[in-house]
Design a protein around this ligand. Structure first.
Ligand SMILES: *Cc1c(COP(=O)(O)O)cnc(C)c1O
Length: 378
């Protein structure tokens, strides 16, 4: 195991490999070139830390960022440089337009009301305000219908109010290259784009980058692939970014017939050696992993024994290969033995959900060769 001496006293350690993050960015950037590769840093960079992630990506030349909410853009104030821009995917809640304009962030305008509110502020200021326009090309989530967008394009006064930096859409099935719906969405999107000549387009999220080159447009918007999740076979070179190790709080041996944990749902039929570790559903470790998931010690699978509690989990460590595991040692929850995808599959969910719910209680270490190891307690 990598040296964890820097984390003496920590019950759990979430390590974020900024070199892997940067390598993933370069891989995606090279794949979408000559299109621009932006970075989606919403939800605190999928739970990893938006400021640290954005700083690392700025170092790779990334200059366009996407968040979901205005508050997330505000949290990055002072981190992004003057020549970078930040888009707010969900657009603006009514009444927050002035805050957004003051910050210099660019809302993604999804609806007629969002457009009207942004235009009203532009008129009040007497100048065009920057924004993106989202088209619903077939996902029925956010954005104007193609017909409404084409009607909007015919409004000659639009450009006096809105300086359109981007026209975008989002794919419903980007990670399923075998499905033809993405092609239909692309066609719908291109039909609208013809009415907005000279406005750069954006369609590809991580999955979209691995579809045909037509999906790259002028700006790609990867999120999860940056953070180490390889959604499709073609993305196999994506490097894992996250590692989670949790310390053993207590070890005991119980006789056959002893119930373990809430509900006493685990009752072994032979004596067992058990280890309790300090992570639970309050740390985003899904309760669905009760008696299903596992942790690893030196590559040995240690099954979860009974229910996942709020702050702890009990592992069955009876495997003789785990004999040397002692109180105070770390076991691996996410790492070389168990990927985010493995955990997600066991929990009946997707890697995105595991990642974004990891929570704030782990000691976070951002590792990189250069410049230094940054350590955050939290
Ligand atoms: C979250 C999101 C992305 C990034 O998606 P990934 O699948 O994580 O790459 C891109 N575009 C929009 C509109 C999103 O909501």
């Amino acid at each position: 195991m990598t040296d964890l001496s820097a984390v003496e006293g920590s019950a759990s350690v979430l390590r974020i490999d900024l070199d892997a993050l940067r390598a993933n960015y370069r891989l995606l950037r090279d794949r979408v070139a000559p299109a621009e590769c932006a970075a989606v840093v919403k939800a605190n960079s999928y739970g990893l830390g938006a400021r640290e992630v954005a700083t690392a990506l700025l170092g790779e030349g990334c200059r366009t960022f996407f968040v979901a909410r205005l508050s997330e853009a505000e949290a990055l104030k002072g981190t992004l440089c003057d020549d970078s821009r930040i888009f707010i995917l969900n657009g603006l809640a009514p009444g927050s337009e002035a805050r957004c304009a003051a910050l210099g962030a660019l809302p993604v305008l999804n609806s007629h009301s969002q457009i009207a509110n942004w235009r009203a502020l532009a008129k009040a200021k007497g100048r065009a305000l920057p924004a993106a326009l989202q088209i619903d090309s077939g996902m029925s989530r956010l954005g104007l219908s193609p017909e409404d967008a084409i009607a909007l394009a015919a409004d000659e006064t639009l450009h006096a109010d809105i300086d359109l930096h981007l026209i975008m859409t989002h794919l419903a099935c980007a990670d399923a290259p075998e499905r033809s719906v993405s092609d239909a969405q692309l066609a719908n999107f291109q039909a609208v784009r013809a009415h907005f000549p000279d406005v750069p387009g954006s369609i590809a999220n991580s999955g979209g980058i691995f579809l045909s080159p037509a999906f790259r447009c002028e700006v790609a918007r990867p999120g999860v692939a940056l953070y180490g999740v390889a959604l499709v076979e073609d993305a196999a070179a994506i490097r894992p970014v996250v590692r989670l190790d949790v310390r053993v709080a207590q070890i005991r041996t119980v006789p056959a017939g002893t119930g373990v944990g809430y509900g006493l749902t685990f009752v072994p039929d032979s004596p067992r050696r058990l280890a309790t570790i300090g992570i639970g559903y309050a740390d985003g470790w899904p309760r669905h992993l009760s008696s299903v998931g596992a942790a690893y010690y030196k590559g040995v699978r240690l099954p979860i024994a009974g229910r996942v509690s709020m702050d702890s989990i009990t592992l069955d460590i009876s495997d003789p290969a785990a004999d040397t595991l002692a109180e105070g040692d770390f076991v691996e929850l996410i790492g070389p033995s168990q990927s985010l995808d493995d955990v997600a599959r066991d929990a009946g969910t997707i890697a995105y959900e595991i990642l974004t719910r990891l929570g704030q209680r782990h000691t976070r270490i951002f590792t990189c060769e250069r410049p230094t190891v940054l350590k955050y307690e939290g």
